[in-house]
Design a protein around this ligand. Sequence first.
Ligand SMILES: [Ca+2]
Length: 161
Amino acid sequence: MFLANGSFEAGLGGWRPVNFAAAVSATVIDDSTQAKQGNKFMRVQTSTSEGSIAQDVGIPLYVTSATYSSTTETVHTTAALAARSLCFSVWLRAAPGQGPIRGVVALWDLGRNASVSTAFEVGNQWTQVAVTLDASAQQVRAEIYLMTANQSLDVDGALLV
Ligand SMILES: [Ca+2]
């Protein structure tokens, strides 16, 4: 819902290396027989453990109430984040002939500079990994860290809801 290009059908658009960025390389593979969703997916690897790729997302404010005053002809709105959890989920696998690959899926509240994370270890089968942030965050970072270096991780179907 909030992520741009979570299925990588638009290439790498919206995603960028973050942690040990210079060590991280990513490409998009166009092969519907291998993709988890659609035609394309991302293949990423790092030469340094804990390299990551991520997307920063602004979570829109929701108008929770609005009142209209006819005497002043003004509209008063109260904008606030509804109490909610944000869930980042993504499908991961080790590229054919590689793995297993260990890593961490994290969701950062950039306002508080705090994160929640889920560790994973994936083989060659697509595996969904998710992490939930209980916060009224307005700026978040959905991030995938690779603890295993020099192995290609395939990524598809990323979702932030
Ligand atoms: Ca896809």
